[in-house]
Design a protein around this ligand. Structure first.
Ligand code: PEP
Ligand code: MG
Length: 581
């Protein structure tokens, strides 16, 4: 057996064949001389490939929303471009090279010229030509690009990283487990894996290389080698040989255990031994997440990451599409609170068609509320859709990445404008919608008392709060070891936020991953946190912890932790006080 260990980010265990997912699999272009007599045959192959490419693009065009057509239209024009095809023909006839080689060499020559042009238009065309040529070459070589959406058999996906948009479109029925080189507990691929209930391990550094080596060495010749992913311990095991039966039993036992615990916990209250009732909400990314949220006993949606609506289509969602998605969630939650966070675009959730500039430091750039304030029409479209949906239930609005009071006030100003626009259109919305902000930037925690003046609630986003307070990129496995939620600085920011909320008589919730981390539950209760929101699958486990502690002990624990000087000291205190699961 060969075991790699990474960061367990989504619980459960899985056993299946592995599938290496690489966005750009380089094509192996054969190069050989041809007889003059078969020039025509090769040319005909080229013409058929171009015809096929045209059909493929037209199909894609008819499945794409209008705004995306521009790129595909450009690709269609490129296919008709006589300059390109004449150069290919010339090479074929004069150099007597096989057609794949003629296409590849011609493309390289054109792309090199265009890519170094000072004119942006030509540089962009270089990418289009490369893209179209790649499509033609794939058709000539009969290489089918397998995407995660096309999976037809059960697999463990192994990759360097998976973009949030690819996670959304993958065939979730078929993905039994995920193992990634990159990532951390709070990277979006990890968060989505948890939402979909797919066992996942990230930060493995060399799992893709290992899988590729095994494939090259012929150990996985027929793609039948099984790999085991343990989302509880972070282990990924290859070379199972005669232990397959044991692992199969393990997977089945775990599934049964999880099902039983969830069913047992779902109807029990989240109440401490001394009677303190705690609200447990779910985080969702897509409307379909509601089903699992309810099945796991969520009392509300504490964080609806609405930007995933935009990520699926790769462009701003239209008002009606947003309205329908919000209504679906709100109606299915049947009167329970639904907190819709306005879009958190930017960072690693980039929609390439929406912004022209490439940011050097996207995590410190026009992300989240900054993006919304920079594009008021997109922002107000979303706010109108939320307002209109509010009549169907208990809707709350939450702004992400607020870093100063002016930002919050500008967001509230646009909300008022959106309300006026709804009124003018005769569209009704609920009165007194609670509007709160996320506390996920250290500056926001420091001025939480000021932000509380304009907020109906706070929700602490520990994923970003940790990232920004400790200067640790949440997607970078090299610095992941520094992302310590129990770092005294992080705990002070959390405490400051909770205290500021209580002084202003508003509630402090937490929707970052720490809220679903059982080792932090007693401490957070002791610090005074009012509500927890987490991946639905974590709810039974957190409820179990809550039901075994008393508020009195939790407060004593929080007092002890307050004295700690390092994250290790905090962990030691938690361990000594049996607060670790
Ligand atoms: C957070 O930052 O903790 C959070 C909940 O938001 P996201 O993970 O979507 O950035
Ligand atoms: Mg965040």
């Amino acid at each position: 057996m060969m075991t790699l260990t990474g960061i367990p980010v989504s619980g459960g265990v899985a056993l299946a064949q592995f599938f290496i997912y690489r966005e750009d699999v380089p094509l192996d272009i054969p190069r050989f001389r041809i007889q003059r007599e078969i020039v025509q045959v090769e040319w005909d192959r080229f013409c058929s490939a171009v015809d096929m490419a045209r059909i493929e693009i037209e199909v894609a065009r008819s499945n794409t929303l209008k705004e995306n057509n521009e790129i595909l239209d450009a690709h269609l024009l490129m296919l008709e471009d006589p300059v390109f095809s004449n150069q290919v023909k010339d090479r074929l006839e004069k150099q007597l090279l096989n057609i794949e080689c003629a296409v590849s060499d011609t493309t390289r020559e054109i792309v090199q010229k265009l890519a170094t042009s000072p004119v942006e238009y030509f540089r962009e065309r270089a990418m289009d030509i490369a893209d179209v040529a790649q499509r033609i070459l794939r058709l000539l070589l009969e290489v089918k690009r397998e995407t995660l959406a096309d999976l037809t058999k059960d697999v463990i996906v192994i990759a360097r990283d998976i973009l949030p948009s690819d996670m959304l479109t993958m065939n979730k029925e078929r993905v039994k487990g995920i193992a990634l080189d990159a990532g951390s507990k709070t990277s979006h691929a990890a968060i989505l894996a948890k939402t979909f209930g797919i066992p996942a391990v990230v930060g493995l550094s060399r799992v893709t290389q290992e899988a590729l080596n095994r494939q090259k060495a012929g150990k996985n010749e027929k793609n039948t080698e099984l790999v085991f992913v343990n989302g509880e311990t972070g282990e990924v095991v290859f070379d199972l040989s005669d232990r397959i039966a044991t692992y199969k039993t393990l997977v089945q036992d775990f599934r049964n255990y999880r099902k039983k615990t969830t069913e047992f916990m779902v109807n029990l209250p989240a109440e401490t031994l001394d009677g303190r009732r705690v609200t447990l909400n779910a985080n969702i990314e897509i409307p379909e997440g509601v089903e699992q949220a309810l099945a796991c006993g969520a009392e509300g949606i504490g964080l609806y990451r609405s930007e995933f609506l935009f990520l699926t289509s790769g462009q701003p969602a239209e008002e009606e599409a947003q309205f329908n998605a919000y209504c679906k969630v709100i109606k299915e939650m049947d009167g329970r609170p639904v907190t819709i966070r306005t879009i958190d675009i930017g960072g690693d959730k980039v929609i390439s068609n929406m912004v022209d500039t490439v940011e050097k430091n996207p995590l410190l750039g026009a992300r989240a509320i900054r993006f919304s304030l920079a594009f008021p029409e997109i922002f107000k479209t979303q706010l109108r859709a939320i307002l209109r949906s509010s009549i169907f239930g208990d809707v709350r609005i939450m702004f992400p990445m607020i870093s100063c009071a002016v930002e919050l006030r500008r967001a509230l100003f646009f909300l008022e404008e959106a309300k006026d626009e709804c009124r003018k259109r005769g569209q009704t919305f609920a009165k007194n919608i609670a509007v709160g902000c996320m506390i996920e930037v250290p500056a926001a925690a420091e001025i939480a008392d000021i932000l509380a003046e304009d907020s109906a609630f706070f929700s602490i986003g520990t994923n970003d709060l940790i990232q920004y307070s400790l200067a640790v990129d949440r997607n970078n496995e090299l610095v992941n070891y520094l992302a310590q939620p129990f770092h005294p600085a992080v705990l002070r920011f959390i405490k400051k936020t909770i205290d500021a909320a209580h002084s202003a008589n508003i509630k402090a919730s937490m929707c970052g991953e720490l809220a679903g981390d059982a080792s932090a539950t007693a401490l957070l209760l002791g610090m005074g946190l009012d509500e927890f929101s987490m991946a639905a699958s974590s709810i039974p486990r957190i409820k179990k912890v809550i039901r075994t502690v008393s508020m009195k002990d939790c407060r004593i624990l929080a007092e002890k932790v307050r004295e700690c000087k390092s994250d290790q000291e905090v962990k030691d205190v938690l361990e000594r006080n049996k607060a670790l699961p």
